[in-house]
Design a protein around this ligand. Structure first.
Ligand SMILES: [Zn+2]
Ligand SMILES: [Zn+2]
Length: 116
């Protein structure tokens, strides 16, 4: 079976493996460079100078959907009791006050230092 593989095919496999290895290392090097670039450019490491951090509770949406995978119960209740309440209720996220994001603490610290 293996005698059908020509030397050029073997070379092709080798090149493919090398390319894969180089791409993997390139992404590693790229992440290293970008982090060092950020610090050298005095960019915020936490938010990348966006000055906002997405809320982890609501994933930046500002609202929390009630029920989740158990929506079924809510739908069932609302149809049987015929309440005027919407099927998918959502509440304002209390963690970010429905903003969906926070101002970056690192950057606000920096701003305060600049003002002083
Ligand atoms: Zn939130
Ligand atoms: Zn920041």
């Amino acid at each position: 079976m293996f005698e059908h593989i020509t030397s050029s095919e073997v070379a092709g496999y080798c090149v493919g493996a090398l390319l894969l290895a180089s791409t993997l290392s390139a992404t590693k090097i790229d992440s290293l460079i970008s982090s060092s670039q950020r610090s050298s450019l005095a960019m915020c490491k936490r938010c990348g100078d966006v000055k906002l951090i997405a809320c982890s509770s609501c994933k930046g949406a500002g609202v929390l959907k009630e029920g989740g995978p158990f929506n079924f119960n809510l739908v069932y209740q609302s149809t049987t009791t015929r309440e005027p309440s919407p099927i998918l209720r959502s509440t304002k996220c209390t963690k970010c006050l429905a903003k969906g994001s926070f101002s970056c603490p690192n950057c606000t610290q920096q701003q305060q230092l600049d003002e002083n």
